[in-house]
Design a binder for this molecule. Structure first.
Ligand code: GLN
Length: 310
């Protein structure tokens, strides 16, 4: 039965979830459009919960680095929003797209302005703008992830970046198409290199649960300085809730009830504002590109704890 009072430690809940997941058949399939990801074992499973003070709990493969992929879109959004504020929203929207993450179809009707920052088109705009402001968008992201996770060893996976670049025609098409609407500043090849490096960062559930902490702390970084205003942190959480799992965002909100962001490496981060952050990893994906066991584990977590934004 559901435990409806907030737990004092998350460890027993994580262990119970891992047992439930272990018994569940059917894990989906690893992403195969990036060949370097296709070899992952879909039975791998890890989950971590971090409290706002940096206490972290974990189970299974929670210290194993995996390919962060689209999860990084949350951090580049936060880093760019912190610099340019609301001007960003003239270049990217904040409505769910209802389309797959790498879709091109809406862009022409909507004059090269992507629906939201978490589909690939929108993430390319954000990375482009962050690159213009910092001269090294991927480096800025990596420095942020290292600082927030406390793990100086985090780095890019050059093999994954090269693998994606070699199969990057769709992202190249998105970049060039938006450039034709003057919604990209940098040369498209420069932007793509930044974007593929960004997506290739390898990190564990523990690293990512900790790095997401600023969203549970209403914009405050691990060292106590402020990255986002309280209102901006709320906005990023809201966009995660409505757009973070692509054309499955409605179902994710229904089942999990938390702001979340998935990546095709099989990771998902989620936020309980004021209370904790989570990261779960299992490489088998459903047809919309979200981790099957990851969504199931987050569903179990909010059911068992009662912790949800609803
Ligand atoms: N690097 C991947 C891509 O651009 C990220 C997609 C994802 O994780 N959903 O296709």
């Amino acid at each position: 039965m559901a435990i409806m009072s907030a737990p004092t430690t998350f460890q027993p809940i994580l262990e119970r979830i891992a047992e439930d997941i272990e018994r569940t058949p059917g894990r989906g399939r690893p992403a195969d459009y990036i060949p370097a990801l296709a070899a992952c074992d879909p039975r791998r499973f890890g989950m971590a919960v971090a409290e706002p003070d940096g206490t972290v709990y974990g189970v299974g493969d929670w210290r194993e680095p995996f390919s962060t992929q689209s999860i990084t879109k949350v951090f580049t959004l936060a880093l760019d929003l912190a610099r340019e504020g609301d001007a960003l929203w003239e270049h990217v929207g904040r409505e769910p797209s209802g389309n797959p993450f790498n879709s091109l179809v809406q862009l022409e009707y909507e004059n090269g302005i992507p629906r939201n920052p978490f589909i690939n088109a929108g993430a390319l705009v954000v990375t482009d703008r962050l690159h213009t402001r910092t001269g090294d968008a991927a480096g800025e992201l990596l420095a942020f992830l290292r600082a927030e996770s406390g793990n100086p060893d985090l780095t890019y996976d050059e093999e994954v970046a090269a693998s994606e670049a070699a199969h990057g025609d769709r992202n190249a098409a998105l970049g060039h198409f938006m450039a034709s609407y003057s919604n990209i500043d940098n040369p498209v090849p420069v932007l793509l290199e930044q974007y593929f490096r960004q997506c290739s960062v390898a990190a564990s559930c523990a690293d990512l649960a900790l790095a997401t902490g600023f969203l549970a702390r209403h914009g405050i970084r691990a060292d106590g300085t402020r990255l986002l205003t309280r209102s901006q942190a709320k906005q990023v959480n809201a966009v995660m809730l409505t757009c973070g799992t692509y054309d499955a965002a409605g179902d994710f909100a229904y089942r999990v009830g938390l702001p979340g962001k998935s990546g095709v490496g099989g990771g998902i981060i989620a936020v309980v504002p004021g209370r904790c952050t989570l990261c779960v990893w299992s490489p088998g994906l459903d047809e919309r590109g979200n981790s099957v066991a990851g969504v199931a584990a987050l569903d179990r977590f909010t059911t068992l704890t009662g912790l949800s934004v609803f």
